[in-house]
Write a protein that binds this ligand. Sequence first.
Ligand code: ZN
Length: 354
Amino acid sequence: MKYKWMIVLCLCLLLPQIVFAASIKSHRFESFQYEVIAANNNSPQILRIEIGLNSEIDDYEVKTKSSYATDLIIEFPNTKLGRLKKPLAIQSDLVKIAKFNQENKDTATVSLTLPVKTDNINYKIYTLPKDRKARKPFRVVIDILGEKSYNFNVNGVAGKSIIIDPGHGGSDSGAVGVTGVKEKDVNFAVALKVRDILTHAGAEVIMTRLNDRDVYGPNATDKQELDARADFSRRYHADAFLSIHSNSFVNSKANGTETYYYNKTIYDKILAENLQRSLIDSGQRMDRGALTANFYVLKNSTVPAALVELGFLSNPDEEELLNSDDFQTKLAGGISVGLSKFFYEMSGKGSNYL
Ligand SMILES: [Zn+2]
């Protein structure tokens, strides 16, 4: 008698969980189609990939293994591969192959192998509803729009090796804007764009950090942290060192762009002046000039070095700009052009300063 009641009790406890488990919808891939849409006056060639699913999904996620990776991976939670198992060859210049993988019992992925790093490709991902007339299921659509084009003249950087130091990171946020934009994130976003433009133009770029971290280690002293960054110039045979920062001041009206250098060689000033000029050209903010400063990374770098202050996070207008992809791209272009002009100027002088 007692046991019977216990069984009933157990069932009662289990029931809500069974109901809950059944309510999580499981998706399944139904189809995979692609078409190459020819370029016209308004848009470039597009490779459109449509992944059909038996039910609507909105929590798919784009993943890449690292910013250097060439695989664009889309992860679908609660999804089964269905019929899509074997890799598919794609007749296009933009993607060569699509691979499907059941990562674990719930998660399926689609990975598209690109000819260049995922960072250098423009793509768009969106969904389309089921279309009964066209007999198409619910679809996740990936438009591959081609390689990002950079309209910056940065030929001067080809063959040069440049250290890029995104200021702050990890336990140190740097300045925080009026609405909470963190300096470390702005500096890093711009640094990544500079890296892409420069490497695209044939330069070698060494980053002092490749993610949101302290370079020396969490909660180090300022000197330890800054020395870990300056140390890159001692460890690598680079042609220039550039630290990227965003400014802050008690008065929220303060605004504009400035570049710092330390007069350890005659080249530091030339580097800073070229960067400042190009940053003003591209960002169009107030010109606060190229100024000398006793900053640790500038003084202790063994190569010509400059530190740019892109704008003021304490100024609401500039905070909004600094947080926008468009403005970050403009500034990254300005920095890259500035570096290129610096190397041109040096070669014109027949300089062999390293
Ligand atoms: Zn800073």
